[in-house]
Design a protein around this ligand. Structure first.
Ligand code: PLP
Length: 499
């Protein structure tokens, strides 16, 4: 497919706007362009076709099954889009005074109340814009809490699991803590002996997702909580996997003190390709004074933004956070009402159904029932037929499926991490399972087919290392360097014509 610049014809226009009969304001000479910007010049139908063709090549939850483990790529109900586009929400200015924004403040306050209830904790800040920002905010709260108790200098370590999502160690480091990793035992739980050896008076806290990224609920979570609380430390719950437990178990009841929620996953939100996210933090009462400002509070029948929080860590995002995400999440939660538990039950059932269909053919590293996702290994295929998790993933694309997460969590060799979510029909789960089984048969009988996959997608197998290290992000019109060879030291990489 040609780039839009290659389709460009000098002087062609999509539309013509009448020139206004207005004086042209004077501009300082040094700010004037020497020549017009070099933009693609096309007629409107060509522009429409160009972008439609690009959109047709894109894959998303609206085009097919997207079982990307840990990402919760579920259907986004369209009614949420209708609600968020209501003029009262859509046209509201973030600096609108409280009197004129009571409806928006009430929605945020109600969402906070629901999230506190879902987590079994006390207070909420909706501000963080993603799970990872929620993590950093939560750790800043931890830091502020210990500083306030005079233990800030002493408590320097935060422990994460060796199955942790990459954002966990990154957030720990960004928050200025020393990272300590704890191992996983033979059943996929935190290794308690390893944990006991690492927790002491220098520990600030644990950062854990439960169920873990293995899709397994930690069978000793209350004991884990006691180990930390007995040492005066706090427990942080990475709520990215909350889809598994809503209305069934609550992080606060498990012993966690700080939680972040990925609104865009659990409560639906178009989030593939970096769409808007929401990562509210939910905390136990002892941490409430440190939450970001402004807090959304209720005073009799009125709602206010409260900035009078002297111990607050301050603001972590503009205004009150990603408001559109709040509206969609609120609409999603209210559409379930008290039956929210059914969402998680269906997610867990779907995952276990697929696990039961696949477990005899792919290796199951931890032989347990799973929660909302499960991790298989292609290790046997690799050993016996030279077929890797990457080959399986690429071949799945030929069947019209988005591949699962692969090579994560890091402790499982040749990992395939599959999360079907609750919004998929049984026919889809069966079609994906059938494809996985056929791929395993092909691994033995026709491995070449898998090594060359995908066969039916717009692009075949890419050199992923080269694609990552030599990203082509700028088009340079006629003066394109030859990209077939290796770049010279420091050479800028530009787009190749027709690339
Ligand atoms: C377990 C886990 N923790 C944290 C995150 C980070 O969330 P976000 O992508 O919203 O920053 C993710 C994201 O997928 C995750 O799966």
């Amino acid at each position: 497919m040609k780039l839009i610049f290659e389709k460009s014809k000098s002087g062609r226009r999509a539309s013509s706007i009448p020139k206004p009969d207005l004086p042209v304001p004077g501009l300082p000479d040094e700010l004037r362009r020497r020549r017009p910007p070099r933009l693609p010049e096309l007629a409107e139908p060509e522009i429409v076709r160009h972008f439609t063709a690009l959109a047709d090549r894109t894959f998303g939850v609206d085009t097919g099954f997207y079982p990307l483990g840990s990402c919760t790529m579920k259907h986004n109900p369209r009614v949420n889009e209708r609600v968020v586009a209501l003029p009262g929400f859509r046209d509201l200015h973030p600096l609108q005074e409280e009197e004129g924004s009571q409806g928006a403040l009430e929605l945020m306050w109600r969402l906070q109340e629901i999230l506190a209830e879902v987590c079994g904790l006390h207070a909420v800040s909706l501000q963080p814009a993603a799970g990872s920002q929620g993590e950093l905010t939560g750790l800043m709260l931890m830091r502020a809490y210990f500083a306030d108790r005079g233990e800030g200098e002493q408590r320097n370590n935060v422990i994460t699991a060796d199955t942790a999502h990459g954002t966990n160690p990154a957030s720990v480091t960004m928050a200025g803590y020393q990272l300590q990793k704890v191992g996983t035992d033979a059943r996929g739980n935190l290794d308690l002996d390893d944990l006991r050896a690492k927790v002491n008076e220098e520990t600030a806290g644990l950062m854990l997702t439960n169920p873990s990224t293995l899709g397994l609920f930690d069978e000793h979570i209350e004991e884990v909580a006691s180990i930390f609380h007995d040492a005066g430390a706090l427990l942080y719950y990475d709520g990215a996997n909350l889809n598994a437990v809503c209305g069934i178990s609550r992080p606060g009841d498990m012993g966690f003190d700080i939680v972040h929620i990925n609104l865009h996953k659990t409560f639906s939100q178009p989030h593939g390709g970096g769409g808007p996210g929401g990562g509210p933090v939910v905390v136990r009462d002892i941490l409430e004074p440190f939450l970001p400002v402004p807090a959304v509070v209720r005073d009799a029948e009125r709602f206010h933004l409260d900035y009078d929080r002297p111990k607050s860590i301050g603001k972590v995002r503009g205004y009150c956070g990603p408001f559109g995400v709040f509206v969609r999440s609120y609409a999603f939660i209210r559409s379930y009402g008290p039956a929210l538990r059914q969402m998680s039950e269906a997610a867990v059932l779907n995952a276990n159904y697929m696990l039961a269909r696949l477990r005899d053919v792919y290796e199951l590293p931890f032989d347990r029932l799973c929660m909302h996702e499960f991790v298989l290994s292609a290790r046997t295929l690799r050993r016996e037929h030279g077929i890797t998790a990457l080959d399986v993933a690429k071949r799945l694309m030929d069947y019209g499926f988005h591949p699962p997460t692969i090579y994560f969590p890091l402790i499982v060799p040749e990992a395939l991490m599959i999360e079907p979510t609750e919004t998929e029909a049984m026919e889809t789960l069966d079609a994906f399972s059938d494809a996985m089984l056929e791929i395993a048969r092909d691994a033995a009988e026709n491995p070449g087919l898998l090594k060359e996959a995908p066969h039916h997608r717009p692009v075949r197998r890419l050199d992923e290392v080269k694609a990552a290290k030599r990203g082509i992000v700028r088009y340079r019109f006629d003066d394109h360097p030859d990209l077939t060879g290796e770049p010279a030291e420091g050479e800028a990489i530009e787009a190749q014509k027709g690339a």
